[in-house]
Design a protein around this ligand. Structure first.
Ligand code: UDP
Ligand code: MG
Length: 332
């Protein structure tokens, strides 16, 4: 069977409006590029015509594989699903379906890959989005850099060319709440950034709701940091010493000047402030605990309804081999 050098993996959620443009660009790229390329499209539970368009395309053109998820799992998990279908011998290009990431950059990325870089990630030089969104992104990446124990490059998303070896490592990571750009950094190997200007979405609206964006940001922070927890401990120690000092001063005043304590408003304010700090701290710990909770369930990360590979429809077999093995053990 023919193995392509490069896979292009594209997650799609209600992208009916850009679909034709996307396929035009990818077709052109495949025709002009000296590399042998196959595309893996993932339908992340779209409710528009995206799945139909994908089906037609994949049945007619074997260079496009399609993977259909059972519902909307979110961009990161859709991408994760797509990466398990990779069959390229060399590397995988990860792009968004809305053409904000020009797939033509593959040539530049590949040049770096040939120089021995396993991960070539795109760094956004300019964003053509509104000011508030740009400011939020910029401060998030800077904050993440401060709290994270992994060196996650500033202003880089999932758009990247990643060697097959690194993809295999990614696929072997069972992490539930996935922040792929962080996991990619964590894996290591030789990595390099290439600057580019991020274009505007070519059609349709952003499929990242504020809720989904926040979820992604939280996954970035709480999956790659221990600093917030350490901060609570330090804050606790600091406040304890403050109250110690205060107590000593009051005692001293009482003994030396025989003065009586005053300031009920101050007491009330302090109680409220500390109530707030404590709730915040519990919530923060809760974020880590939640991630443990979801992880220990060991659910599959996504469910593939079916796929079309080289023009053939396939329905995955649900494997619960491990579960049966466990039950057999218990029966013994
Ligand atoms: N996407 C997805 N599932 C989702 C949300 C988004 O597969 O639940 C895809 C979407 O179709 C696109 C990519 O992820 O190909 C990036 O999404 P989008 O362009 O809407 O995000 P933005 O660029 O606005 O941050
Ligand atoms: Mg986009």
């Amino acid at each position: 069977m023919h193995t392509p050098q490069i896979n292009i993996v594209v997650p799609l959620y209600n992208e009916g409006k850009v679909f034709d443009m996307l396929i035009d660009r990818l077709d052109q790229l495949m025709q002009t590029s000296p590399l042998s390329i196959e595309v893996i499209l993932i339908d992340d539970g779209s409710r528009d015509e995206t799945p139909d368009l994908m089906r037609k395309l994949s049945l007619a053109n074997p260079r496009y594989q399609s993977v259909f998820l059972s519902r909307n799992f979110g961009h990161q998990l859709a991408l994760t699903a797509g990466l398990t279908y990779v069959n390229a011998s060399e590397a995988v290009l990860i792009v968004d379906g809305d053409l904000q990431d020009p797939p033509e950059l593959l040539a530049d990325f590949y040049e770096q890959y040939k120089k021995g870089y396993d991960v070539v990630y795109a760094v956004r030089k300019k964003r053509k989005e509104n000011f508030i969104k740009r400011a939020a992104y910029a401060s998030f990446y800077r904050f993440l850099k401060r709290v994270s124990y992994v060196e996650i490059p500033l202003d880089s998303g999932d758009f990247s060319l990643v060697s097959r070896a690194v993809i295999d490592h990614l696929n072997a990571m069972p992490e539930e709440s996935r922040f792929i750009r962080g996991m990619r950094s964590w894996i290591g190997y030789k990595q390099i950034g290439v600057e580019y200007e991020r274009s505007e979405r070519q059609a349709g609206e952003s499929k990242y709701s504020l809720k989904k964006l926040l979820e992604l940001a939280f996954n970035g922070i709480f999956n790659f940091s221990e600093y917030p927890i350490q901060l609570i401990t330090r804050l606790g120690l600091f406040i304890m010493s403050l109250s110690g000092i205060y107590l000593l001063t009051v005692l001293f005043k009482r003994l030396v000047y025989n003065s009586t304590p005053e300031g009920f408003t101050a007491i009330l304010a302090t109680i409220i402030a500390f109530g707030g700090i404590q709730l915040f701290a519990i919530g923060l710990i809760g974020e880590y605990v939640l991630r443990i909770f979801f992880q220990v369930k060991k659910r599959p990360l996504f469910i593939v309804k079916n796929s079309i590979e080289r023009g053939e429809v396939r329905v995955p077999v649900v494997r619960d081999k491990d579960r049966f093995a466990e039950e057999a053990d218990r029966a013994d």
